[in-house]
Design a protein around this ligand. Structure first.
Ligand SMILES: Nc1ncnc2c1ncn2[C@@H]1O[C@H](COP(=O)(O)OP(=O)(O)OP(=O)(O)O)[C@@H](O)[C@H]1O
Length: 273
């Protein structure tokens, strides 16, 4: 099963570690008169943890929304696995191997942990309602396979004890972990995490950091994340891109970005020209 075999988790098109997996090229996005993103370029390499940081309103979530197809930029291109991407819908982009979590948890609160994570398998399900209606055999077999993957994710994230619990009754930190599980269930080539540690206490943040590192190392999943906690970002990431007022002001390894004067100014709120 792909989920337990790190060698198989990446599909054949995913390329080698260090290859460019996704490239954002000269992307601009406006909402009416508001320029959320202005001529931004950067890449995300196979196998890395890439952080996108910046002060409030810098354009981070807009950037994530462009990458996963919620927004289509007025200018610029997105290249994925060496091909220029057409203006696809979010579910088509999910089918191509990009999964994400959200700033405000977007789970089905009345459903159990297990069922929520199962919904993450939808992009992988081949046997549809038609099959289920005329011949249950193949559909059932497929369901069992999906269920096995989901159970392994539950073990991996150490949430066996809440597998039957309604998600709405779980503490916030665990809900975030379930949301991570649902994204993992799609076995993505690129996992986008929008503030995975927001609202967590120190212990929950440490747990989540550990799971993010484990996902990256054990399954080779490429991860791009937005995070406000600088300590976490600098510890976790291989490279950091910094946005401010919709523009890119820094890009590089954490140590380099930390010393970048434009980045320091942006975080201290130094006035712009
Ligand atoms: N759907 C939208 N309609 C209009 N303006 C928007 C929309 N989404 C974002 N914006 C604007 O675009 C700019 C960038 O917003 P965005 O949410 O991407 O920033 P951010 O860096 O993620 O901020 P935060 O850290 O506060 O979440 C802001 O000025 C915001 O008001």
């Amino acid at each position: 099963m792909a989920f337990v075999d790190p060698g198989q988790i990446r599909d054949a098109d995913a390329g080698q570690k260090g290859d460019v997996l996704l490239r954002v090229e000269d992307v601009s996005l406006s909402f009416g008169g508001v320029k959320a993103i202005t001529a931004i370029s950067f890449d995300i390499k196979q196998g890395e943890i890439r952080a996108i940081i910046g002060p409030n309103g810098a354009g981070k979530t807009s950037m994530l929304n462009v990458i996963n197809g919620f927004y289509h930029p007025q200018e610029g291109e997105i290249w994925f696995r060496g091909k220029k991407r057409k203006a696809l819908k979010p579910h088509q982009i999910a089918n191509e191997g990009i999964a994400r979590t959200f700033q405000n948890i977007a789970l089905f609160k009345g459903m159990s942990t297990l069922d929520n994570i199962m919904t993450g398998r939808l992009t992988k399900m081949k046997k549809n309602m038609f099959w289920q209606a005329i011949w249950r055999g193949p559909a059932e077999r497929e369901e069992i396979e999906h269920r096995e993957v989901v159970e392994r994710i539950i073990d991996f994230l150490e949430i066996q004890h809440i597998r039957k619990t309604s998600v709405g009754r779980l503490p916030y930190g665990l809900q975030k972990r379930v949301e991570l599980g649902r994204a993992l269930a799609a076995e993505p080539a690129l996992l986008l995490l929008d503030e995975p540690m927001a609202g967590m206490n120190v212990e929950e943040k440490e747990d989540m950091s550990r799971f993010i590192i484990d996902v990256n190392q054990q399954f080779g999943t490429t991860i791009a994340l937005i995070e406000h906690d600088m300590g976490v970002v600098m510890d976790l990431s291989d490279r950091v891109v910094v946005l401010d007022y919709g523009k890119k002001i820094g890009d590089g390894p954490p140590d380099e970005v930390r010393r970048n004067q434009d980045v320091i100014d942006a975080y201290l709120g130094v006035a712009h020209d």
